[in-house]
Design a protein around this ligand. Structure first.
Ligand code: NAD
Length: 304
């Protein structure tokens, strides 16, 4: 059986991890005319995927066995490695490319790619994303790709359906950049929440503050997107878990430590986010960090 149809623009793609991000990403590939064979350990996620035209597989390995490109959109390096060792790696065809689009750990990604290349003759590239669930739905994700030109080139038509891929270096480079980006994003969100709380306590209106900051030098994704869209309306439903953000922050500060570089402010931000994770619900959205900041205010600030 061949995975590539007679139409060169149509691929068979295996997709493992059909959660908040994987569901809309796989759907875009289906809607673009690709045959997408998906697996997730959640039956509900697989059912939703089949409802929109995906081919449900009974396991990650049976999905990968039919495809030349396998996309992973899983929580972490631990899960990525477990899924590969649990049968997916053995099922890959020679010459197959695995695209780890999860936010994984760059050093582990490098080691994994070398092991898969040596032992199985398959390529692993990393292509983590930024842009959230909205970007996944709209196909506007920033895709940070690490890997050889040849392996990356083979996957570009697929990645372009999902967003704007940029090759940022060799394998692992995408995961490094993604973690560093999220350390910045999380630190901005924390300090933005502190600043808005202080402004409100002084008598400023949060909408006015955001509008002025967004025309000033303090603006960021937190002031342009997260505060107006998820925090002020009190929906806290960005679709990105606080636990996943914290994982990414730790990847970034661990990387700095492994490289012998300082990340003092970053480590302080990790401590604050860890404190929040201890008191918020396990599935809390990362935008709930603003609620946590308000909850520790003394004297109590206004909880938005
Ligand atoms: P999620 O928890 O919604 O989805 C992960 C999916 O993986 C779940 O459906 C889960 O059932 C599945 N899964 C877990 N273990 C599995 C296994 N062993 N076999 C098969 N399936 C398994 O997470 P998400 O928000 O979609 O994030 C996925 C990745 O993308 C993470 O690495 C995250 O850090 C990153 N990311 C998320 C966002 C976002 O806004 N949500 C944005 C950028 C990057």
């Amino acid at each position: 059986m061949t995975s590539v149809s007679d139409d060169p623009a149509t691929e068979t793609v295996a997709f493992v991890g059909l959660g908040n991000m994987g569901a809309p990403m796989s759907r875009r590939l289906i809607d673009a005319g690709h045959r997408v064979i998906g697996f997730d350990m959640s039956d509900t996620a697989v059912e939703r995927f089949a409802d929109v035209g995906g081919v449900a597989a009974a396991s990650a390995e049976s999905a990968a066995a039919e495809a030349d490109i396998t996309i992973l959109m899983l929580p972490s390096s631990d899960v990525v490695e477990a899924v590969l060792a649990g049968g997916l790696a053995a099922a890959l065809r020679p010459g197959a490319v695995v695209v780890d689009m999860s936010s994984s750990e760059p050093m582990r990604t490098r080691a994994l790619a070398h092991r898969l290349g040596d032992e199985r003759g398959v390529k692993l590239i990393d292509a983590p994303v930024s842009g959230g669930v909205r970007g996944a739905v709209n196909g506007t994700l920033t895709v940070m790709v690490g890997g050889s030109d040849a392996a990356v080139g083979r996957t570009l038509p697929i990645l372009e359906v999902l967003g704007r891929p940029t090759r940022v270096g060799e394998v692992g480079a995408g995961h490094a950049l993604k973690a560093l980006n999220n350390l910045l994003s999380a630190t901005h969100l924390l300090v933005t929440s502190e600043a808005i709380l202080a402004g409100q306590a002084f008598g400023l209106d949060a909408d006015v503050m955001l509008s002025v900051i967004n025309g000033s030098s303090g603006r960021s994704g937190s002031t342009e997107n997260k505060w107006p869209n998820f925090i002020l309306p009190q929906t806290y439903d960005s679709g990105f878990a606080l636990s996943l953000m914290l994982k990414d922050m730790r990847i970034a500060t661990d990387l700095a430590r492994q490289l012998g570089l300082p990340s003092r402010l970053g480590e302080d931000a990790v401590s604050r986010w860890s404190e929040a994770a201890e008191v918020l619900a396990p599935a809390a959205d990362h935008t709930e960090i603003a609620r946590w900041v308000a909850s520790i205010a003394t004297p109590p600030g206004e909880i938005v």
